[in-house]
Design a protein around this ligand. Structure first.
Ligand code: NAP
Length: 295
């Protein structure tokens, strides 16, 4: 086999953000409506701060309003719930995202459940989880939504394809499996108790790795020609005493066996914020009873 096709998540995400920006401009022109995204961050975690800064920048670039709420790490649950109540009632806010993980004094489930499901652009509220499972319209989690866009970019229609998702977390694996069902793929969800994981993975036309184990999936787990979407983001030490980011797939051994593969970084990562913007646009339209503008 020749080289695997590299799936350029950075370029595909840029294209999606550009499309969102055009739709936002139309929404503004036709309905005088500006979608607004509120992001709530507690504490000083460096990675979260970078992530939140990028979200705000890209929200503004798409022509939307961005509202940053930075609270200190000692903030009480009652104060946070009070802020969410205010954002739920604010007509200029259509999306609310609480950056996870939250500090220990706060019950994460209670906070996520307090977000108005219509503004739940992360898609973590039980109402949206249930709607997604029931095949109804729902705000779906951003990373899985991004994975589907990448898979369709390579394969077009996913109907009838064998999809294997390694990982069953509530934020990636499970919602990704639901979205794949919606695309008429035949879905297997594997996890830490799966027997013969390499054998299960080898069945996949579409292999998704969302495990959090650096380079777990090696080339011999991959069916020749399969599309491999690597969700993992892991920091490892290099021989030179530095650190680098790697995925859950061992890129070097997968290369040449996979038909197409996402790099880490530059694959699924950039899709997440782009899908957050798309979700915020969808939420603004749904809340105001208007169709998402066509382009
Ligand atoms: P998680 O909550 O820790 O879930 C990991 C899943 O992998 C669990 O279902 C676990 O199985 C399974 N697993 C663990 N070890 C395994 C093994 N040896 N063999 C088979 N399955 C195994 O992780 P997550 O939040 O889903 O995130 C997964 C990865 O995606 C992480 O690297 C994370 O950083 C990355 N991520 C990236 C983005 C992005 O690109 N924007 C977004 C979210 C997450 P059990 O359920 O049996 O324990």
């Amino acid at each position: 086999m020749g080289e695997s096709t590299l799936i350029d998540g950075k370029a595909i995400a840029a294209q999606l953000r550009a499309e969102v920006a055009v739709r936002v401009a139309k929404l503004k022109a036709d309905h005088g409506l500006v979608p607004g995204l509120a992001v709530v961050l507690l504490g000083e975690d460096a990675a979260s701060q970078v992530y939140v800064r990028n979200k705000a920048k890209q929200t503004l670039e798409a022509g939307m309003a961005s509202f940053d709420h930075r609270l200190d790490a000692e903030t009480s649950e009652a104060t946070l719930l009070g802020l969410i109540e205010k954002l739920n009632a604010d007509a200029g806010v259509h999306g609310i995202l609480v950056q996870l993980p939250l500090p220990g004094q706060i019950d994460t489930a209670r906070v996520l459940n307090a977000i108005d499901p219509a503004k739940d652009v992360d898609g973590f509220h039980p109402m949206n989880v249930g709607r997604l499972a029931a095949g109804e319209d729902a705000l779906s989690p951003c990373t899985p939504r991004g994975c589907i866009i990448l898979a369709k970019h390579v394969r077009g229609d996913l109907t009838g394809l064998e999809a294997v998702v390694i990982g069953r977390s509530n934020i990636v694996g499970k919602p990704l499996a639901q979205l794949l069902l919606r695309e008429n793929a035949t879905v297997t969800v594997a996890h830490s108790k799966t027997r013969d994981l390499p054998g299960v993975a080898r069945r996949a036309d579409l292999l998704f790795a969302a495990v959090g184990r650096p380079q777990l999936v090696t080339g011999d787990w991959i069916k020749p020609g399969a599309t491999v979407i690597d969700v993992g983001i892991n920091r490892i030490d290099t021989a030179e005493g530095k650190t680098k980011l790697v995925g859950d797939v061992d890129f070097a051994s997968a290369q040449g066996i996979a038909g197409a593969i996402t790099p880490v970084p530059g694959g699924v990562g950039p899709m997440t914020i782009a899908c957050l913007l798309a979700n915020t646009l969808d939420a603004a339209c749904a809340i105001n009873g208007v169709e998402t503008p066509e382009i």
